[in-house]
Design a protein around this ligand. Structure first.
Ligand SMILES: Cc1cc2nc3c(=O)[nH]c(=O)nc-3n(C[C@H](O)[C@H](O)[C@H](O)COP(=O)(O)OP(=O)(O)OC[C@H]3O[C@@H](n4cnc5c(N)ncnc54)[C@H](O)[C@@H]3O)c2cc1C
Ligand SMILES: Cc1cc2nc3c(=O)[nH]c(=O)nc-3n(C[C@H](O)[C@H](O)[C@H](O)COP(=O)(O)O)c2cc1C
Ligand code: SF4
Length: 661
C-alpha cells in the first residue's frame, strides 16, 4: 500500500507532527474519580504513542466538576491537577507523539452522580437519551464556565501539552448552545443563530486568551447534528469561519449527537468506511484552515483523503484500541499483521456507556491492561520486535516448553493459543471442524459482518508465525487425552445451538440459523425464524437480503435486541424496510409442514412457513471437563464452553487462561 501522504509531516503553529495520524479522544474510564491520571491510563496512552501515531488527543477532560460526563472523568478544573496532567505529555513525548488535552463540559448529557448535582444546560430540556432533568444556566454561570474553559486551557499549556482541543461536538454543552433543538433560551445566548453562537465563540476567545497567539488551538465540531430540529451542515459552513476568527487553528470534523439515529458519531460496521469525509472537505473549503477527518477511515482512504484535499490529518479512533501498532506496521509494510477494528462497538463504547464498565476492545484483550501486562510507560514498553511477535499477547510467567493442548479453534481457543505460545509453552490446537473460527464463521455471514473473519485470519497468521499447529478435523476425545497426557489443557470447545421441545421441531424443513448462514441448507420462501436475539435478527437480515420473506417470532414481550446500540438500530431498520415482521410475546406451540402455530395474548395464530429457522440460544459443550478432572490434568474452561456469551468474553478469557496456565 502506498501511503506517502499519510506518512508525510505536518506543522500547525509550533507543533510538528511526524505523520498525519491522530488518535482522537476516547473516554476509557481509567482515570480516578478525583480527576487525576492513573498508571493504567498512562500505560494505555503510552502504548499507543509507541505504536507510531503522531498526535494523541486525551479523552474528555472536564473543565468544571459540574461538567463531568462520568464519575471518573479526567479533570483540569483546578491548579492542583496540573502535576497529574503533566504525566501525560511526559509519557508520550519520548515516543515522538504530541499530546493534546480535550477540554470538555457535558452539559445535560450526564447524570447527577457524575455532575455532583442536577446537570446544567442552556435550557432545562432533558437529554433525549438519558432522560435526565437539567437546569438552565444563568448568565453569571455561563460567564463562569467560559472562564473555566480558559483556565483549563492555561493549565494544559502549563502541564506541557502541545495543544488543546475544545470539545464542541457530540451533543455536549457547546453543541447544546449551538443547537436550536436544545437551546431555547430567549436571552443573548439563545433564539437567533447569532445568539446561539455566542457561548461557543466566547469559549474559543477565552481559550485563545489563556494560551497566547502561538499555541495550537483545535476545536472538535459535529458538522451536522443529524436530528430533526437540530442544526445542519449548511449552518456549520456559515458558522465555522467565525470559529477561526475567534482563534481556532484547526477543526476536527466529527458529527452527530447522542440522539442521532444509528449512533453515527461512533459508526458501527453497518456504515460505510469514510462516510463522513465529505463534511471535513466542506468545512475545510468554508474556512481555509486545516481539518481533521474522522469516521471509520481506513489507511488507504486516509491516503486518498489527504492527497485529494478532503482533510489534512486523519483520526483513527477505535483502530488505536484494536491495534496500537497499526501505524508502525503500515510503515514497515507489515499490513498482514494488523488486527483490524470491526466497528462492532461492543468492547469499547457500548461497554463504557451501557455496561458502565471501563472501555477495552473485543478483539484486543490487552487494551486497558497494559499496566498489568508490562506494556506501559516508564520504560516498560516492549521493543518493536517483541510487539510484533506477541501482538499484545506477550505473557506473564514463562511457559518453559510445557505441553499445553487447546481444545477448539474458536475465538477462545485461538486467543488462548496466542497467549500460551507467546510465553513459551509448546502449544497444540485441536479443532474438529475443517476450518478454524468456531461460531465466528456463521457470525461473519450476515450483512456487514464479514470483517469478523479478519480477526480469525489474523490470529491464524500470528499462530503460524509462532509455529503453532492447528490440527484441523481432529476431535479431542477422552482416550486421546489419557493416551498422550499433556501438561495442561485449555478447554475452548464452545457451544452448540440450543433445541426447544416444540412439537414438529424435528421436521425436515426446520434448521438452525448457523446452518442457514453457512449455506448448509437450501433457502425456501417464506421463512419463520424462532428467536429475535442477535442470531435470529441477523439471520432475518441475511434472508431478507436474499429476497426471502421473513417473520421473526420471539417469546419475550420486549425486543431482546434494542435500538439503542448502533448495530441494533440498523438491524431493526433493515428488517423493517425489507418487509420483515417481528412478533413479540409469541409462544410457539407447533411446527406444521406449512405453518408455525403460536399463541400471543391468549389468541392462537398461524404463520405460513416453507422454512423454519431456530435461533433460540446456545448450550455449552464441555463434557471433557469431567474426563480431564478424572485424569488429573490441569484444565481451564474458557469462552462459550464455560457459558454461552459473546466474543469479548471468549477472547479475553482465552487470553487470560493462556497467560496464566
Ligand atoms: C450467527 C452468530 C452471530 C454471532 N454474532 C456475534 C457478535 O456479533 N458478537 C459477539 O460478541 N458474539 C457473537 N456471536 C457469539 C460468538 O460467536 C461466540 O460467543 C463465540 O464464538 C464463542 O467462542 P468460543 O471459542 O468459546 O466457542 P466457539 O466459537 O463455539 O468455538 C468452539 C470450537 O471448538 C470446536 N470443538 C468443540 N469440541 C471439540 C473437540 N472435542 N475437539 C476439537 N474441537 C472441538 C468447535 O468445532 C468450535 O470450532 C455470534 C454467534 C453466532 C452463531
Ligand atoms: C470508547 C469511545 C470513547 C469515546 N470518547 C470520546 C471522547 O471522550 N471525546 C470525543 O470527542 N470523542 C469520543 N469518542 C469518539 C471518537 O473520538 C471517534 O470520533 C469515533 O470513535 C469515530 O472514529 P473511528 O470510526 O475512527 O473510531 C469515543 C469513541 C469511543 C469508541
Ligand atoms: S470493540 Fe469493536 S469497535 Fe471497539 S475497538 Fe474493538 S473491534 Fe473496534
Amino acid at each position: 500500500m502506498k501511503l506517502d501522504h499519510l506518512f508525510s509531516t505536518f506543522r500547525i503553529k509550533g507543533m510538528e507532527l511526524k505523520n498525519r495520524s491522530v488518535m482522537p479522544a476516547m473516554g476509557t474510564g481509567y482515570a480516578s474519580s478525583d480527576g487525576t491520571v492513573t498508571d493504567r491510563l498512562l500505560a494505555y496512552l503510552a502504548r499507543r504513542a509507541a505504536g507510531g501515531t503522531a498526535m494523541i488527543i486525551t479523552e474528555v477532560c472536564a473543565v468544571d466538576t459540574r461538567g463531568k460526563g462520568f464519575p471518573n472523568e479526567l479533570g483540569a478544573w483546578g491548579d492542583h491537577l496540573v502535576p497529574s496532567l503533566a504525566r501525560i505529555p511526559d509519557a508520550l513525548h519520548p515516543y515522538g507523539a504530541k499530546a493534546v488535552l480535550q477540554l470538555h463540559h457535558a452539559g445535560r448529557e450526564t447524570f447527577p452522580v457524575a455532575a455532583g448535582g442536577t446537570p446544567e444546560a442552556p435550557s432545562a430540556i432533558p437529554s433525549v437519551i438519558l432522560g435526565q432533568p437539567c437546569e438552565e444556566m444563568s448568565i453569571p454561570r455561563i460567564t463562569e464556565v467560559v472562564e473555566a474553559f480558559g483556565k483549563a486551557a492555561g493549565r494544559a499549556k502549563k502541564a506541557g501539552f502541545d495543544a488543546v482541543e475544545i470539545h464542541g461536538a457530540h451533543g455536549y454543552l457547546l453543541t447544546q448552545f449551538l443547537s436550536p433543538f436544545s437551546n431555547q433560551r430567549s436571552d443573548a445566548y439563545g433564539g437567533s443563530e447569532e445568539n446561539r453562537s455566542r457561548f461557543v465563540l466566547h469559549v474559543v476567545e477565552a481559550v485563545r486568551g489563556a494560551v497566547g497567539k502561538d499555541y495550537p488551538v483545535i476545536i472538535r465540531i459535529s458538522a451536522d447534528e443529524l436530528i430533526r430540529g437540530g442544526y445542519d451542515l449548511e449552518f456549520m459552513k456559515r458558522f465555522s469561519p467565525r470559529l477561526v476568527a475567534a482563534g481556532v487553528d484547526m477543526i476536527h470534523v466529527s458529527l452527530g449527537v447522542y440522539s442521532t439515529p444509528g449512533n453515527l458519531t461512533i459508526a458501527s460496521m453497518d456504515t460505510d468506511p469514510g462516510f463522513n469525509l465529505f463534511r471535513a472537505r466542506a468545512i475545510k473549503e468554508a474556512t481555509g484552515v486545516p481539518v481533521i477527518g474522522v469516521g471509520r477511515v481506513r489507511p488507504e482512504l486516509a491516503e486518498q483523503a489527504i492527497a485529494g484535499g478532503d482533510a489534512d490529518l486523519i483520526a483513527f479512533g477505535r483502530q488505536h484500541l484494536c491495534d496500537p501498532d497499526f501505524m508502525n506496521k503500515l510503515q514497515q509494510g507489515n499490513e498482514k499483521d494488523i488486527r483490524w477494528c470491526t466497528a462492532c462497538n461492543q468492547g469499547c463504547i457500548e461497554r463504557l456507556s451501557f455496561e458502565m464498565k471501563s472501555a477495552t476492545c473485543t478483539f484486543n484483550p490487552s487494551c486497558g491492561r497494559e499496566f498489568k501486562e508490562g506494556q506501559g510507560a516508564g520504560g516498560a514498553v516492549y521493543g518493536l520486535g517483541a510487539l510484533q511477535a506477541g501482538q499484545g499477547h506477550t505473557a506473564g510467567a514463562p511457559g518453559n516448553g510445557r505441553r499445553v493442548w487447546i481444545i477448539g479453534a474458536g475465538p477462545a481457543g485461538l486467543s488462548a493459543a496466542l497467549a500460551a505460545s507467546g510465553k513459551g509453552c509448546a502449544v497444540e490446537v485441536f479443532e474438529r471442524d475443517g476450518a478454524p473460527g468456531g461460531q465466528v464463521r456463521p457470525a461473519s455471514r450476515p450483512p456487514h459482518k464479514e470483517a469478523f473473519m479478519d480477526w480469525v485470519n489474523w490470529a491464524v497468521n500470528q499462530l503460524e508465525k509462532q509455529k503453532v499447529s492447528i490440527r484441523l478435523r481432529e476431535e479431542m476425545t477422552g482416550s486421546m487425552l489419557s493416551a498422550d497426557r499433556p501438561d495442561a489443557v485449555i478447554l475452548a470447545s464452545g457451544a452448540l445451538p440450543a433445541v426447544a421441545g416444540i412439537p414438529g421441531i424435528d421436521s425436515a424443513h426446520v434448521c438452525d440459523a448457523r446452518d442457514v448462514l453457512m449455506g448448509r441448507v437450501g433457502l425456501k420462501d417464506p421463512a419463520v425464524i424462532l428467536g429475535a436475539g442477535y442470531v435470529g435478527m441477523e439471520a432475518a437480515d441475511f434472508l431478507i437480503e436474499k429476497g426471502i420473506r421473513v417473520v421473526v417470532l420471539e417469546m419475550q414481550s420486549v425486543p431482546p435486541v434494542g435500538k439503542f446500540t448502533a448495530h441494533g438500530y440498523w438491524l431493526h431498520k433493515r428488517i423493517r424496510d425489507g418487509g420483515g415482521r417481528l412478533v413479540y410475546g409469541a409462544e410457539v406451540t407447533n411446527i406444521g409442514p406449512e405453518a408455525v402455530s403460536f399463541v400471543q395474548k391468549d389468541q392462537e395464530w398461524r404463520e405460513p412457513a416453507a422454512m423454519v429457522v431456530t435461533a433460540m440460544g446456545a448450550r455449552s459443550e464441555n463434557g471433557l471437563e469431567t474426563v480431564l478432572e478424572k485424569l488429573g490434568i490441569p484444565c481451564r474452561t474458557v469462552g462459550d464452553a464455560g457459558s454461552p456469551r459473546r466474543l469479548l468474553e471468549a477472547i479475553h478469557e482465552g487470553h487470560k487462561a493462556g497467560r496464566e496456565i
